[in-house]
Ligand binder design. Structure first.
Ligand SMILES: Nc1ncnc2c1ncn2[C@@H]1O[C@H](COP(=O)(O)OP(=O)(O)OP(=O)(O)O)[C@@H](O)[C@H]1O
Length: 121
């Protein structure tokens, strides 16, 4: 198979469109994006270390990626099961649960990183 650079660029464009299609429309994603902006500002203001930035960027990207997967699953469920069905509901709840796990872990990691800057530890 020959590597097609234009096709690759188009794929990035579709992926970017996918992200943009969720921004401002999914309430949970908006919440995560606002939290992301606050954390990044706090990181610059407090002067966190390179290692801490690495962990923060990993946390932010995991939570946003989980939220995008969750949105994709929700849309797929709505497509294949427009009528209400217990399994459709369970699939949505499990996907939302996965986001919750990532978000809680990210929040705890954020506290571990930022609290010492405020308490002078
Ligand atoms: N097709 C479905 N069948 C059964 N339960 C569902 C279904 N869709 C959603 N649910 C339940 O409702 C919860 C919220 O789902 P969702 O956020 O998609 O909102 P909704 O109930 O479909 O209404 P809306 O899309 O108007 O907000 C889900 O987590 C799930 O528990």
């Amino acid at each position: 198979m020959q590597y097609d650079f234009k096709k690759q660029l188009r794929s990035f464009g579709y992926a970017w469109q996918g992200i943009l299609s969720c921004v401002g429309k999914e309430q949970n994603l908006s919440f995560h994006l606002i939290a992301t902006v606050i954390v990044i500002i706090a990181g610059f203001v407090l002067g966190i270390t390179h290692t801490e930035w690495t962990v923060i960027i990993l946390c932010i990207s995991i939570v946003i990626a989980a939220e995008l997967f969750n949105t994709a699953i929700e849309k797929l469920v709505d497509l294949v099961s427009p009528e209400r069905h217990p399994i459709a509901g369970q699939v949505k709840d499990i996907a939302a649960g996965a986001v919750l796990v990532c978000a809680v872990a990210a929040a705890i990691i954020g506290l571990i990183i930022f609290i010492p800057y405020f308490s002078g530890l």
